[in-house]
Ligand binder design. Structure first.
Ligand code: G3I
Length: 372
């Protein structure tokens, strides 16, 4: 399978070499695949980017998750504006950022990202209203005691209502609830939310979100959402949410690697989620160059670049095949100089998960992704 893809990619590269100059005029660059940049020189001669090749009308919004500091840096701004028409705050809209202590909301960082998106005509995906991580301890406390279920649910409703009201009309989709399904044999993750409230907090979160902004698209978001056992548990939850008309979309995070997941699992998951009439979004795409925690750190060799291009090509073929169901693809980072994968799952092991390198130049995978 991998070998076949490699051969295909090789033929591709040879063809590019003999194709002559790519035209980058606005009139013709967004139509025919064979007129798109195929190397760095051609890339430098034009202005088009991912969002121009994957237009929302024909394909999906192309998004990127960023911290607010990125919009102080001209090189990053240029790259963001060239390629993306949707933004997500990587941390600034999480509970611990927005309401670190009870009743004290701080929208400063999140507002910067939203303002930048608005100025540049980009959509914003909100991430995330209810998660077990980056969540302050006070939610679950009543003095020294554990808070009651009603107290926790009230805090959840207040948080969601306040945040979504603040961003009403500016954030078009929200990851309302994030990562609540268990990776093992239980149905739900054993979090403080679950231990105090049972599954009710999930439904209360979606109800509060629906009431706060009926125009926003509401998503459930999770990782390894293509794994069959986890997928089926997520599906069961979505069925219940859908029965109350509380959910509009399924967010598959897409923290994948150069070998995993196989296309079959991606397709089976897309089919299953879309059968509920939900929008699909890939919400946190990055493609690790490592396939296990035990692999030692590597330089970004041409072999890895090729393997990564093959993987990205495979994933984007699947995305394009589901373009009627997928409404957005968001990368969980902009370029290889900043990724959570440098710290996880192996702290300090440099990773290269994106389409752009540490100097914001497109990688081989970029050319494969745009030449279709
Ligand atoms: O802000 C503090 C800073 O004050 C402190 O000095 C520094 C010391 O390490 O930590 C900073 O906080 C870090 C934060 O990112 C902001 O950079 C946290 O330690 C660090 O744990 C946190 O990591 C984030 C991670 O979620 C937390 O689980 C990553 O940036 C973020 O990319 C990652 O995103 C998640 C999605 O929300 C959900 N899906 C999985 C994805 C990857 O884990």
């Amino acid at each position: 399978m991998l070998r076949k893809s490699k051969i295909k990619l090789f033929i591709f590269i040879v063809l590019w070499t003999f194709c002559g100059d790519a035209s980058c005029n606005k009139d013709d660059s967004t139509t025919e695949g064979n007129e798109r940049p195929k190397n760095i020189d051609e890339y430098n001669q034009c202005n088009e980017g991912l969002k121009d090749y994957y237009t929302p009308d024909d394909y999906f919004y192309m998004g990127v998750a960023i911290p607010p500091s990125f919009i102080n840096n001209q090189e990053k701004i240029n790259l963001i504006k060239r390629h993306f028409n949707s933004l997500t705050a990587d941390n600034s809209m999480k509970w611990s950022s927005l309401q670190p202590t009870e009743g004290n909301f701080d929208f400063t960082d999140a507002d910067k990202i939203v303002a930048f998106a608005q100025t540049n005509g980009m959509k914003v995906r909100g991430h995330t209203l209810c998660w077990h991580n980056q969540v302050p301890e006070w939610i679950f406390k009543n003095g020294e005691e554990t808070a009651s279920k009603e107290q926790v649910l009230n805090r959840l409703r207040t948080h969601i209502t306040t945040v979504m009201t603040h961003f009403k009309g500016k954030v078009c989709a929200w990851d309302v609830v994030n990562e609540v399904i268990d990776d093992g044999s239980s149905i739900y993750r054993s979090s403080q939310w679950y231990n105090i409230c049972g599954e009710d907090y999930i439904f209360e979160a979606f109800r509060a979100a629906r009431a706060a902004d009926p125009d926003a698209k509401l998503f459930y978001n999770d990782y390894t959402a293509i794994d069959p056992a986890k997928r089926d548990k997520i599906y069961d939850l979505l069925v219940k949410l859908k029965a109350e008309d509380l959910v509009d979309g399924m967010g598959l995070q897409g923290h994948w690697n150069i070998e995993y997941p196989p296309t079959s699992l991606i397709i089976q998951a897309f089919d299953k989620y879309k059968s509920l009439g939900l929008e699909l979004q890939i919400t946190e795409l990055d493609v690790s160059v490592y396939t296990s925690n035990s692999e030692p750190e590597s330089l970004y060799t041409s072999d890895l670049a090729l393997k990564q291009a093959v993987a990205y090509e495979r994933f984007f073929i699947a995305f394009r095949n589901y373009k009627n169901n997928i409404t957005g693809i968001t990368f969980w980072g902009l370029a290889d100089n900043y990724s959570w994968l440098d710290k996880f799952p192996v702290a300090g092991r440099k990773n290269y998960p994106f389409l752009f390198d540490e100097n914001y130049k497109p990688q081989k995978a970029y050319f494969v992704v745009i030449n279709f």
